[in-house]
Design a protein around this ligand. Structure first.
Ligand code: SAH
Length: 238
């Protein structure tokens, strides 16, 4: 059964708008919604913010709650060239930008042993998301624009990025199209469990000095567009 996971309850609730919920299972503070989308079973849950919470809940979703595939849906700060608030990204790979063992000769972001820098999304899921993006009915952005959908590397770390200097440093070191606080952690957990995995994010902000205000203004709409693409991707995988 595929799990659609998000960090925040508001992002999860955007996914649940398209799901008929059959039952909710709770373990400690983790609530898993089992339901159906277009008659097919799936599970939906919020992992909490940051790499530790997201990893723990992703492991629980896979190990205890029966997820055999993971689509992560949520908001992020867009950082790449030509990327605008309200756009979306289909992540082809994820990097932990705050992982630093460079003093031992590793690359910035590289996790020693097994020595991986980027964790790739599942190819079949990426293809499904591409097809879904081509037919997805978006909610229009505040300026009336249709969101653009990008594809590429995304970055994760335990910090809300809200400075132009940090964006320039991260873009210079890693490239990448967005920053968030969970994706690469969940990717690593899914990969260790040999479970197919994909991240979809919609940009609530562009990670500069105005990011907190932009996040407050746009994150709910962005979460709904991300959820639409996640559910459309789920349909493509049926
Ligand atoms: N306002 C929230 C906290 C949001 S933290 C609260 O009070 O509960 C930001 C969330 O959105 C994280 O889950 C992260 O993955 C994503 N995000 C959006 N913009 C981001 C940015 N600029 N930097 C890092 N994460 C960002």
């Amino acid at each position: 059964m595929i799990a659609i996971l998000s960090a925040l309850a508001s992002e999860r609730d955007a996914v649940l708008e398209g799901v008929h919920v059959d039952r909710v299972v709770r373990k400690a503070a983790f609530r898993v919604f089992y339901g159906r989308h277009q008659g097919v079973e799936l599970m939906v849950a919020a992992t909490g913010i940051g790499k530790v919470s997201a990893s723990a809940r992703a492991q629980a979703a896979i190990g205890e709650f029966g997820a055999t595939g993971v689509i992560f849906s949520g908001v992020a700060g867009g950082i790449g060239e030509g990327v605008r608030a309200g756009d979306l990204v289909i992540a082809t790979e994820t990097v932990q930008h705050d992982f630093d063992c460079t003093v031992f000769g590793y690359q910035p972001g590289e996790v020693p042993r097994p020595g991986s820098l980027a964790v790739a999304s599942d190819g079949t899921y990426v293809e499904a998301a591409r097809r879904a993006a081509a037919r997805c009915a978006w909610e229009a952005l505040p300026d009336g624009r249709r969101p653009a959908v990008h594809q590429g590397r995304i970055l994760t770390g335990d910090q809300f990025v809200c400075s132009e200097e940090t964006v320039a440093r991260l873009a210079g070191t890693f490239g990448g199209l967005s920053v968030d606080m969970e994706s690469a952690a969940v990717a690593q957990v899914a990969s260790w469990n040999e479970v197919p995995f994909l991240v979809i994010r919609s940009f609530s902000d562009t990670a500069g000095g105005d990011a907190p205000a932009a996040f407050r203004g746009l994150s709910e709409l962005a979460a709904r567009n991300s959820a639409r693409l996640a559910l459309a991707t789920f349909e493509e995988l049926l």
